[in-house]
Each structure stands twice: as structure tokens, then as C-alpha cells.
Design a protein around this ligand. Structure first.
Ligand SMILES: [Zn+2]
Length: 322
């Protein structure tokens, strides 16, 4: 299998290679992992390897099939998604798909149907799909992509071979960021650490100016002792209500870095490596107990906000506790 342009995911790739080498292809594959984990990339690689008509290592990335696949113009590759104006993949979409798969593929070989966000299929849609999975047309493969399996019927799950996309190492994510976005190694390492193992999240954070701005202000505000700093923090929280989780993450990871430095002095465990001077300056200002209390308070506020507590009051009391 040709995995030149893929970074990480070695257990998953090993599984795919075994299937390709053994030639035992089933009709339906399920790829699960949180949004941004790489479901589309990994399922695409596998599908392309199955469709490729080139010689040697597949996908060859050069044959006509590979080129059509890469440009999104392969006539036998179908993608089902949730319509923008709907909250689910509905049964009509599956019925339409069933009409298509009854007919032979345009090109010799196979057809691949991707069902993206498969976890958003209604029960009715899943039951319709189940009928097709029970008697699949010999020329068609189904690739279901889902954030998790919670909403999928067990009868659907039992028809699919399951690939789980695990979280990636910080180093692998850094490499992806450096290659894709041409940012510095140090910045890449920071976003990789903030993404908690999710390459898609790392890319969107690195490209997000608001995130960068908020992070700067939060770190600066936290570093200023007294009420001026707290006011700045409060201001950011009131202007970014819809990004509260992200703001709490930034603060929590910052305080966690201080605690790690305080207790172990190990810089290789630190996330905010672009801010070493500020961390060094702050670490002596707090006791370990105080830092632990702050982390506990953040967790508590997170829980309260999830339960719809008053936003202003919760944020105020958290910030005052700093
Ligand atoms: Zn090819």
C-alpha cells in the first residue's frame, strides 16, 4: 500500500494492508473517530487503493482511476452527506442511493459509496440502508464514516468491518502542520499539543485568527496580577460566549503547564512552549496547591456551564477565584 503522503496511523494502515494483501474485501467498512481525526483521509486512502488500476504499490496516484478519485470526479464514487438545511441524513437520500447501486458501475470494477456523518442517519434511513447491506450488489462497497457508534443500529454495526481512528502523537500532528501550513516547528508543536491528538482540530486552531488572538489576551491577562488582568479576561469571556469551552481549555492548559513546571521542572511536558519566558516568570508566583485549586475551579465552572448555569455569574466567580 502506498502511504507516502500519510503521517502516523500505523496500526490502522497495517490493518488495511492485511486486507489488501489477503484480498478478503467485505462489502461495508465503518470508520469511527471524532471530527478532525482523519476519517475522510484514511477511508479515502483505502478506497483509492481498492479502486486503483495501476501497477505495484496502490494507490499508484497516477492511473486514470487515481486521478479521477483525487480530483473528486470518479463517476463511481458517491458521497452521501447531511444536507445543509437538515439535521440528519434522511431516508430519501438512502433510497436515492439504492436506485444508483442497482445499476452497474460506469467503469469496469467497483463502485464506492461513502456515507459521511453516518451517525446522523435517522433510524428510518438506517433501516433502509440495512436492507442494502444485507443483500449488497457485488460491485459496490459502502464506507460509513461516523464520529461514534452511539446512534448506529447494532444490525448496521454487525454488517461492517470496523476501523477505529485513534488519536495521533503530538510529533505526527506537528509534522502535518509543518507540511500543510508551512508554520514554524515551535508553533506547530503548540497547536499539536492544544489539539489533544486530533490533527483536524490542530489545523483549524492554527488557521483560526480569533483563537490566536484570544489565547494571547488570556495568557497576558492571567499573567497580570490584580484586577486589570481579571477585567481583560472577563472581557474576552463576555465577547466569546460561543467559544467558552475553548477559552477554558486555554486557561486550564496554561495553569497545568505551571503546575508541571512547579512540580517536575520538565519542559518536555509543557504545551505552551512559545511562551517560556512568561511561564518561567509566573511559576514562582503560585503554590502547587493554588494551581490545583484553579484547575479544580475551571472543571467545576465547565460542569456548571454545561448545566446551563448563569454565564456571567459563573465566569465572574471563576475569574475572581484566580
Ligand atoms: Zn492508481
Amino acid at each position: 500500500m502506498n502511504t507516502d503522503h500519510i503521517i502516523g496511523q500505523s496500526p490502522l494502515i497495517a490493518g488495511m494492508k492485511r486486507i489488501l494483501a489477503g484480498g478478503r474485501i467485505v462489502h461495508a467498512y465503518l470508520f469511527t473517530g471524532p471530527a478532525g481525526a482523519g476519517k475522510k483521509t484514511m477511508s479515502g486512502l483505502f478506497a483509492q487503493a481498492l479502486l486503483c488500476t495501476g501497477q505495484g504499490n496502490k494507490p499508484c496516484r497516477q492511473c486514470i482511476v487515481c486521478r479521477q478519485f483525487q480530483s473528486g470526479n470518479h463517476p463511481d464514487v458517491i458521497r452521501i452527506k447531511k444536507p445543509v438545511d437538515k439535521t440528519a441524513i434522511v431516508v430519501d437520500q438512502i433510497r436515492e442511493l439504492q436506485g444508483i447501486v442497482k445499476v452497474k458501475p460506469y467503469q469496469a470494477g467497483k463502485r464506492v459509496c461513502f456515507i459521511e456523518q453516518a451517525h446522523l442517519m435517522t433510524e428510518q434511513a438506517q433501516n433502509a440502508l440495512l436492507k442494502t447491506l444485507e443483500e449488497p450488489p457485488s460491485h459496490t462497497l459502502f464506507f460509513l464514516l461516523a464520529d461514534n457508534t452511539n446512534t448506529l443500529l447494532s444490525t448496521i454495526l454487525s454488517r461492517c468491518q470496523h476501523f477505529r481512528i485513534g488519536s495521533m502523537s503530538g510529533e505526527d500532528i506537528s509534522e502535518i502542520l509543518e507540511r500543510r501550513l508551512s508554520i514554524s516547528r515551535q508553533d506547530a508543536a503548540v497547536y499539536a499539543a492544544l489539539s489533544q491528538g486530533n490533527p483536524g482540530k490542530a489545523i483549524s486552531l492554527a488557521e483560526d485568527d480569533t483563537f490566536r488572538h484570544n489565547r494571547e489576551i488570556l495568557i497576558k491577562g492571567f499573567s497580570q496580577a490584580g484586577s486589570a488582568g481579571i477585567l481583560e479576561l472577563y472581557d474576552i469571556f463576555s465577547r466569546n460566549k460561543d467559544r467558552k469551552e475553548e477559552l477554558l481549555d486555554i486557561l486550564q492548559i496554561w495553569i497545568r503547564d505551571l503546575l508541571i513546571l512547579k512540580e517536575t521542572g520538565e519542559w518536555n511536558l509543557v504545551v505552551n512552549l512559545d511562551q517560556t519566558h512568561l511561564l518561567k516568570r509566573q511559576v514562582s508566583r503560585f503554590t502547587s496547591a493554588a494551581l490545583r485549586d484553579m484547575i479544580k475551579n475551571i472543571e467545576e465552572s465547565r460542569r456548571m456551564l454545561k448545566n446551563n448555569s448563569n454565564y456571567q455569574l459563573t465566569v465572574e466567580s471563576l475569574l475572581l477565584s484566580f
